[in-house]
Design a protein around this ligand. Structure first.
Ligand code: PLP
Length: 337
C-alpha cells in the first residue's frame, strides 16, 4: 500500500476525516464517540466564547519505515493536558479516557498518516460549554473534549532553514500562573507582540527573555548547542515544559553531550553566537529548528554563517530516526497503534 506523501498545504489547514469526542454533563463524562469531522453547533452563551475556558495538546503520530503508525510520548502529553485542565478548572478527562480517545482517533485516521517528514498532528482540545454568560467568575459546569487530527508537512514555510527570531525583553508571553500550561489564552496574549515584531523586523518568531532571562518562543523551547554541550533554561513554572525539549535533552545525553539546565542570560546567548555556537527551537511542530539570526534592539546576532549547525542537524536527525523507527526505541517513547 502507498502511504500519503507529506502535505504541502500550510501546517494545520488540512484535516483527517474522523475525530473522537466526549462531553462532560451533570458531573460525568459521556461515552467516547468516533464521528466525522464537522462543525459543532454551540449556544452563543457558551462559556469558552466569553471566558476563555479552553486548553489543548499537540502531539504527533508518525509513519514508521515499516508502515506502522507510531504515537510519540503519548503518556507525557496526556499528563500535561490533565495539568492544563486543572489550571483552567475544566473537568479531568482521566488518563484512560484521554489515552483511548487519542488512540482511537489515530486508528480511525490511520490511512491519513503521511510518510516522513510529514506526520499526523494530533490536537486534543477541551472547551467549557456551559451556556451561561453569568459565569465569568465560576468554572464551566459542562465541557467538551475532542481529538482532531491534521496531516502536516513542515511547520515553517520554506522547510528547514535558519530562522530569524526577535528577542523580547519587556513584554511577557503570558502570566506566571499560565506559563506551564497549554491554555488557549496564552496564544492570544502573545499574538499582538509577535505580529508587531514580524511586521517591524521580518522575523519568524519572538523569543521571550523577560529582563534578559531567556525562556522560549510562542510555541517552542530554546536551546544553545555546540560540539560538547546543550544548554537550556531549567524547568520552572514560567514556561512550557516541552516534551520535545525533554526528549532532545535525553538523546543529547545518550550521544555524549553535556546537558546543562540552568539560567540562560541574554549576554550568554550573544557570546555563544560570537564563539560560533548554535541555537535552535524545539517543539512537536518545529521538531528542532535552527536559529540563524536574533534581532535584538538594533543588533543582529548571527549564529554560524546563516547555515544550519551540524550539531543541531545531528540531534534533529536522531529524533526523526526514532520517530520513524530507524533506530531502537530504548526509552519506551513510541506507542504503535
Ligand atoms: C507546545 C509548546 C512548546 C513545545 O512543547 P512540545 O511538547 O515540545 O511540543 C513550547 N512552548 C510553548 C509555549 C508551547 O505552547
Amino acid at each position: 500500500m502507498a502511504y500519503p506523501p507529506p502535505p504541502t498545504t500550510p501546517f494545520g489547514t488540512q484535516f483527517a476525516p474522523i475525530m473522537t469526542t466526549a462531553s462532560f454533563k451533570g458531573g460525568a463524562w459521556t461515552e467516547t464517540e468516533v464521528v466525522p469531522v464537522a462543525p459543532i453547533p454551540f449556544h452563543p452563551a457558551t462559556h469558552v466564547f466569553h471566558y476563555g475556558s479552553a486548553c489543548f495538546e499537540g502531539l504527533k503520530a508518525h509513519r514508521g519505515l515499516d508502515g506502522s503508525v507510531r504515537i510519540f510520548r503519548l503518556d507525557r502529553h496526556v499528563e500535561r493536558f490533565r495539568g492544563s485542565t486543572e489550571v483552567l478548572m475544566l473537568p479531568d478527562p482521566g488518563v484512560e479516557r484521554l489515552t483511548d480517545m487519542v488512540i482511537r482517533a489515530v486508528q480511525a485516521n490511520a490511512a491519513h498518516v503521511p510518510v516522513a517528514p510529514g506526520s499526523l498532528y494530533l490536537r486534543p482540545t477541551m472547551i467549557g460549554t456551559e451556556p451561561n454568560i453569568g459565569a465569568a467568575g465560576s468554572p464551566s459546569k459542562e465541557a467538551m473534549l475532542f481529538v482532531l487530527c491534521s496531516p502536516v508537512g513542515d511547520y515553517f514555510a520554506g522547510g528547514l532553514r535558519p530562522l530569524k527570531i526577535a528577542v523580547e525583553t519587556e513584554q511577557p508571553r503570558t502570566t506566571p500562573m499560565f506559563g506551564r500550561v497549554k491554555a488557549a489564552a496564552n496564544y492570544a496574549l502573545a499574538l499582538a507582540i509577535t505580529q508587531q515584531r514580524k511586521r517591524e523586523l521580518g522575523v519568524d518568531q519572538v523569543l521571550f527573555a523577560p529582563h534578559g532571562d531567556v525562556a522560549e518562543t510562542g510555541a517552542s523551547n530554546f536551546m544553545l548547542i555546540d560540539d560538547d554541550r546543550v544548554v537550556t533554561k531549567a524547568l520552572d513554572d514560567s514556561f512550557l515544559h516541552g516534551v520535545t525539549r525533554d526528549s532532545l535533552l535525553t538523546m543529547a545525553r545518550d550521544l555524549g553531550y553535556r546537558v546543562e539546565e540552568r539560567h540562560v542570560g541574554l549576554d550568554e546567548v550573544i557570546s555563544w553566537a560570537e564563539r560560533g555556537g548554535e541555537a535552535a527551537l524545539s517543539g512537536t511542530a518545529a521538531v528542532l529548528a535552527p536559529v540563524g539570526t536574533l534581532a535584538y534592539k538594533d543588533r543582529e546576532i548571527r549564529f554560524g554563517q546563516g547555515d544550519i549547525g551540524k550539531n543541531t542537524l545531528r540531534l534533529r536527525q536522531a529524533l526523526v530516526d526514532l520517530h520513524v523507527g530507524a533506530v531502537e526505541d530504548t526509552h519506551g517513547w513510541i506507542r504503535v497503534v
